[in-house]
Write a protein that binds this ligand. Structure first.
Ligand code: CA
Length: 236
């Protein structure tokens, strides 16, 4: 089945270049060059993923992403022009799945798109085909924290705490390696995938969000411990 990608970009030349390259890779492509059209296209064309520029006429990419997040879980890769946009892009308010800083190479973009689409396929498969033998979908409990892998759900003090897909995968990975020191690079490789071209800052940002959700005092974490110069350790 051909995967459909919606590209939202107001720079004509870049939009056309992206469209051309994605089509050549075998993807079906929809385009929009402003925020209003982007929302309409996302709702009516139902793309498998969205490549979204931040600086757009009318409604900007931040706002488009924030609105779409409330309506669908279609993965969104944002194109940022400045480093200081990154925290907002992947932050709770906007909640993009990934980002790429301009200028980027086509190879880089393709790798990110493939990684995101593969992740979506894996999650879909996991949900439609539960593995035989329930040992593979255990529930992890650590004091007031419960991670139910059959429902992909985190509860803190018996209350469901919403997690973004990546936060869930990261927390599960940490929980599965409880007590071990894991390097940022290893986390990046295992949770984001070997072809993810990001830096370890991505891991740090996600750890920070997880701490805000599971630590009683995120400034002095007792669950996800930073091991100086080595990585992180999850304390069960
Ligand atoms: Ca733009």
């Amino acid at each position: 089945m051909t995967e459909k990608i919606l590209i939202v970009e107001d720079e004509r030349t870049l939009l056309e270049t992206l469209e051309y390259n994605l089509r050549r890779q075998g993807y079906e492509v929809e385009t929009a060059d402003n925020g209003v059209d982007a929302l309409a296209a996302a709702r009516t064309k139902r793309p498998d993923m969205i490549v979204l520029d931040i600086m757009l006429p009318g409604i900007d990419g931040f706002e488009v992403c924030r609105i779409l997040r409330q309506e669908m879980n279609t993965p969104i890769l944002m194109l940022t022009a400045r480093d200081d946009e990154i925290d907002r892009v992947v932050g709770l308010e906007v909640g993009a799945d990934d980002y790429l800083t301009k200028p980027f190479s086509m190879r880089e973009l393709m790798a990110r798109i493939k990684a995101l689409l593969r992740r979506v396929r894996l999650i879909r498969e996991e949900m439609t085909q539960p593995p035989a033998g329930q040992a593979l979908t255990p529930t992890y409990t650590y004091k007031n924290l419960t991670l139910d892998t059959s429902r992909r759900e985190l509860k803190v003090n018996n209350l469901v705490v919403p997690l973004k897909p990546k936060e869930y995968e990261l927390l599960l990975f940490l929980a599965q390696h409880r007590g071990q020191v894991i390097s940022r690079e290893y986390i990046l490789e295992k949770v984001w995938g070997w072809d993810y071209i990001g830096d370890s800052r991505t891991v740090d940002v996600h750890i920070r969000w997880l701490r805000e959700k599971i630590e009683s005092n995120p400034a002095e974490p007792t669950r996800i411990i930073t091991v100086r110069g080595a990585g992180y350790r999850f304390e069960g």
